[in-house]
Design a protein around this ligand. Structure first.
Ligand code: PLP
Length: 428
C-alpha cells in the first residue's frame, strides 16, 4: 500500500471521510507532508508545482521564510490575552485602513465565514431589514445566511437550493438569489422586495466558479442600486483581497463598498480574517461602547495571524509581489491560449492577475448558468492527468489556479510544456 493511501486509511478511521473540510476529499487522494515556495510534496515525496494555493491564501509561496520568521519572533514574545488589545493588532489595523479604500475601521476574526456572518448581521442591525441578495455560484462561507445556491446542479439554478441539511428555513428564504452580471435582475429583486433588503453581498470577481469577470459597469451598477434602495453593499474580498492588489479588487475597480470582508491572502496561509467598513457602521459592533451588534471570538487578533498578516503586507509594500504574480499570470494565460491555437482546441482561458482557469467552452461565460457549456468531464480528466505529471490543482470542475510570488518563469514554462502534452493525449 502506498504511503498516501496508508495515511489516508488511518485518517478515515478518526475523521469522517478522512478530511477536515468537505471538498478536500478528491480523487486521486493525496496526503501532503511538506510545502516550500511554489512546491508541495506528498507522503511519498512526490513533488508538485502548486497552483491550488490552499484555495487562495498562499500568495507569497508555502512556508515563506520572512513570514515564518516574523511569526516565530512574535510568538516567542507574545500570544493571546483575551482582554485589551495588542501592538500587533494596532499595526495590522493601521495597515489595512491605509490600503483598503472602504476600510475606515476594521475588526479581526479567524475565518472568511465569520467575517461574512458578522458583516451581514451588521447590515440587518443598521437597516432594520432582514433580506440579503447573493449571486448564484458565489460562495461566502458555510453559515446559514449564505450557504445556498453555490455550485447548484444545473436544474437548480436560481431555485431554492440550500447547501446543507439542517439550515434554518427562515435564513434560506431571506437570502435572495440573483444572476451575476445582470443589473436588471438585481433591480427587479429590489423592486419586488420594497424596503426589505438589508444588503447585497458579492465576490467582485466570482472566483468560486473560476474567474468570471464583472462586465463594464456591473460593480458600479451594484453600488448605485444599493444606494438607491437603501441597502448596504458588501464586497466579499476573501479571495480577491490582497491578491489582486494590496487594496483589494475594489481599488482596481474604483468602486467602494460599504463593508468588505477579507481573509486568505491576507496572511499567506495563516488563519486570520477581517471585516472592515465605514466608521459609522463599524461602531455598531459592541466592541465600541454602546454598540449593539455582537462581535467576539476567543482567538480574534491572535499573535500568529496578526504577525503573519503584517509580514505579508510588508512584503507587498516593499517588494514587487503583484508585479511578479501579474506578469506570470499573463504569461500563463497567453501561453495556454497559444497551445490551444496550435492544437485547434476550442476553450476559453479566463483570469485576472495571478489567477487563471480554462473553461472548455468557446465563449466567455458571464454568469454561472453559462458554465453548463463547459465540458466538465474533460476538465476533470485534464486536471487528473496534470496531477499525475506534477502540476497540482484539485480536479474539481470550474475552480481556479493561483500563482504565488515564489513561482518562477521556469515553473510557468515547465507547466506550459506539461499542459501541452496532456492536452495532446486527451484531445488530439
Ligand atoms: N468568501 C469567499 C469569497 C470565499 O472564497 C470563502 C472560502 O473559500 C469564504 C468567504 C469563507 O472563508 P473561510 O473558508 O475562511 O471560512
Amino acid at each position: 500500500m502506498s504511503k498516501n493511501i496508508e495515511l489516508y486509511e488511518e485518517s478515515k478511521r478518526y475523521a469522517p471521510g478522512g478530511v477536515h473540510t468537505s471538498i478536500r476529499n478528491v480523487n486521486p487522494m493525496k496526503v501532503f507532508t511538506k510545502g516550500e515556495g511554489a512546491y508541495i510534496y506528498d507522503a511519498e515525496g512526490k513533488k508538485y508545482i502548486d497552483y491550488q494555493a490552499a484555495f487562495g491564501p498562499i500568495i507569497l509561496g508555502h512556508s515563506h521564510p520572512y513570514v515564518n520568521r516574523k511569526v516565530i519572533e512574535a510568538i516567542e514574545r507574545t500570544d493571546l490575552y483575551g482582554v485589551g488589545c495588542t501592538d500587533l493588532e494596532v499595526e495590522l489595523s493601521r495597515k489595512i485602513c491605509q490600503h483598503v479604500p472602504s476600510a475606515e475601521q476594521v475588526l479581526f476574526c479567524n475565518s472568511g465565514s465569520e467575517a461574512t456572518y458578522h458583516a451581514i448581521r451588521l447590515t440587518r442591525a443598521i437597516t432594520g431589514r432582514a433580506k440579503l441578495i447573493k449571486f448564484q455560484g458565489c460562495y461566502h462561507g458555510w453559515h446559514d445566511y449564505v450557504a445556498r445556491n453555490m455550485l447548484s446542479a444545473w436544474d437548480m439554478i436560481g431555485k431554492r437550493d440550500p447547501g446543507s441539511a439542517g439550515m434554518m428555513d427562515e435564513a434560506i428564504d431571506n437570502t435572495l438569489i440573483c444572476t451575476y452580471n445582470d443589473l436588471d435582475d438585481v433591480e427587479r429583486t429590489f423592486k419586488e422586495n420594497p424596503g426589505q433588503i438589508a444588503s447585497l453581498i458579492v465576490e467582485p470577481i466570482p472566483h468560486n466558479i473560476g474567474c468570471i469577470m464583472p462586465q463594464p459597469g456591473f460593480l458600479e451598477g451594484l453600488r448605485e442600486l444599493c444606494t438607491k434602495y437603501g441597502a448596504l453593499l458588501i464586497f466579499d474580498e476573501v479571495i480577491t483581497g490582497f491578491r489582486h492588489s494590496i487594496g483589494g479588487f475594489q481599488k482596481v475597480a474604483g468602486v467602494t463598498p460599504d463593508l468588505t470582508t477579507m481573509g486568505k491572502a491576507m496572511a499567506n496561509g495563516y488563519p486570520i480574517a477581517a471585516v472592515a467598513g465605514k466608521r459609522e457602521y463599524m461602531q455598531r459592533f459592541n466592541t465600541y461602547p454602546g454598540g449593539d451588534v455582537w462581535f467576539a471570538g476567543t482567538y480574534n487578533g491572535h499573535a500568529v495571524g496578526t504577525a503573519a498578516s503584517i509580514a505579508t503586507l510588508e512584503l507587498m509594500e516593499n517588494e514587487p509581489v503583484h508585479e511578479h504574480i501579474f506578469r506570470l499570470g499573463e504569461k500563463m494565460r497567453s501561453g495556454i491560449r497559444t497551445i490551444h491555437e496550435r492544437l485547434g482546441i476550442k476553450a476559453y482561458v479566463a483570469g485576472f492577475g495571478s489567477v487563471w482557469t480554462t473553461y472548455f467552452m468557446e465563449t466567455e461565460p458571464k454568469h454561472y448558468a453559462e458554465l453548463q457549456q463547459n465540458d466538465a468531464e474533460l476538465y476533470v480528466a485534464y486536471r487528473r492527468k496534470l496531477i499525475d505529471k506534477g502540476i497540482f490543482k484539485m480536479p474539481m470542475n470550474i475552480k481556479r489556479n493561483h500563482i504565488s510570488y515564489s513561482h518562477t518563469d521556469a515553473d510557468i514554462e515547465n507547466t506550459l510544456d506539461i499542459i501541452e502534452s496532456v492536452l495532446k493525449e486527451l484531445i488530439v
